[in-house]
Design a protein around this ligand. Sequence first.
Ligand code: C5P
Length: 227
Amino acid sequence: MKDITIAIDGFSSTGKSTIAKLLAKALGYVYVDSGAMYRAITFFAMKKGLITTEYFDREALISALPNAHVSFKFNSDLGFAEVYLNDENIEKNIRTLEVSNLVSIVAAVPEVRAQLVKIQKAIGKHKAVVMDGRDIGTVVFPDAELKIFMTASAETRALRRYNEIKNNGEDITLEAILENVQKRDHLDSTRKDSPLLKAEDAIEVDNSNVTIEEQFQNILKLVNSVL
Ligand code: C5P
């Protein structure tokens, strides 16, 4: 069986990462959560005081980028890789609403994108990778053998993120999540550099009214059709 590259793009909280993780496990591929990398740079900027809800020192962030080393380390207990910033595990720090509210601003900076896309391409050099994000099928791996564009209703998505954040111990309302999801989708789709777009050759998959298992089986069929 040949190794392929699987790109999964879509709006926030459509369930991309759940399916991507399952696929990677089933195929013995590497799973890469590219959103975690943009969150890591956002966390870095927050720690350095370069971004708040009122303020963003874009130039200072660009100058500081060489000091922000984002990497992944496989956690065998969890069965997937966790994100590290300068050798510190920041997996818990990046899933907060505070980071979610600022990440799309940081992700719109071309220098940030260039730095992260370089790492993403390097990880996928030998294929056998499932990567999820916003520009994976369009920019990172335009030659991916399988491109999925995942959609889901706004309610399904807000509820999904709500449960994720609650599980993390953060006190939050569903309204605040919905607002964040919609705002991010708008910023991600309208930015100049690498906006969220369905690649021409991507297959659109609606994740609203199916169970995870059903969706996984559907996508596995698509994988088998290109293997
Ligand atoms: O996937 P997740 O929701 O964690 O992504 C967080 C944010 O990172 C997105 O809203 C988007 O602004 C940015 N992102 C991006 N390109 C990617 C992945 C994520 O711009 N490939």
